[in-house]
Ligand binder design. Sequence first.
Ligand SMILES: Nc1nc2c(ncn2[C@@H]2O[C@H](COP(=O)(O)OP(=O)(O)OP(=O)(O)O)[C@@H](O)[C@H]2O)c(=O)[nH]1
Ligand SMILES: [Mg+2]
Length: 279
Amino acid sequence: MPPIQWFPGHMTKALREMEKEIKNVDLIFYCLDARAPLSCLNPKLSNLAKNKKIIYVLNKSDLVDERNLDKFKKMLTKDNSIAISINSVESNSTKILYDKAKLLLKDKFEQNKAKGLSYSIKAMVVGVPNVGKSTLINNFCKKAKTTTGNKPGVTKGKQWVAVDDCLVLLDTPGTLWPSFENEKTAKNLAYIGSIKDNVLDITDLAFYFIKDLVKINKKALEDRYEITIKQNQEIIEIFDDICLKRKCLLKQGELDYDRCATLILDDFRKGRLGKIVLD
Ligand SMILES: Nc1nc2c(ncn2[C@@H]2O[C@H](COP(=O)(O)OP(=O)(O)OP(=O)(O)O)[C@@H](O)[C@H]2O)c(=O)[nH]1
Ligand SMILES: [Mg+2]
């Protein structure tokens, strides 16, 4: 697969602004997509957050089997960090994050209380594009204070949002890094919709997605598209079968791979292929 890369100017600018703001925040909500939590670890963001308390949010947990998340939670839990899975679309699901944030910053609360000062937590919400950072913030606020969307690059600039007197959140644009050293990471980010589709060859991407899914969970493809995948079957033949089943055809009866590719990736992204963890 040709190297995938998407690092537009607004991301460089966003990272610079986040570097400036980092000293003003007590805590980082590091948003990861539960379907590929490790692929969502951006070295630039991890470096930015290294001296801060971090709550890793394994978001979109409704799209996976929770039992698959235990190993990631263990890996991400360290002295200064914990990991929690949530579904940001479900109302009030961020309550647990709020409670944990208060617990992590208990000392600061108490020191300020002793001085008779009120204290509000300032937290920065970071992550690669499209993992649900803005949705998470709206969940905290119980109303749509930030713009969300089913595509990467919706949030273009930083935005402070007051949840209540005790918590202020900073929404940030989804950021990637200049070059992916690992092809698997790049592909996973593309599959989950963190990379703009128009910088990718969508048919190539779907081809590799089928190839990967055959290894991870070929039954998911068989069930969704009512096909049978033979052992060592060529990936292109599987792609053809899905095209035929979904009637993705051009005028002369040729297969419309582009349309089929969009359909397959959309099915995965919306959870219609079942609960799949890529990492
Ligand atoms: N199924 C599911 N979808 C979610 C969840 N959280 C967010 N989404 C959806 O994911 C898409 C992206 O959400 P956003 O909140 O805009 O993501 P973002 O991280 O702010 O994206 P950028 O601003 O582009 O970096 C939207 O269609 C949301 O509805 C979740 O927990 N589960
Ligand atoms: Mg956003």
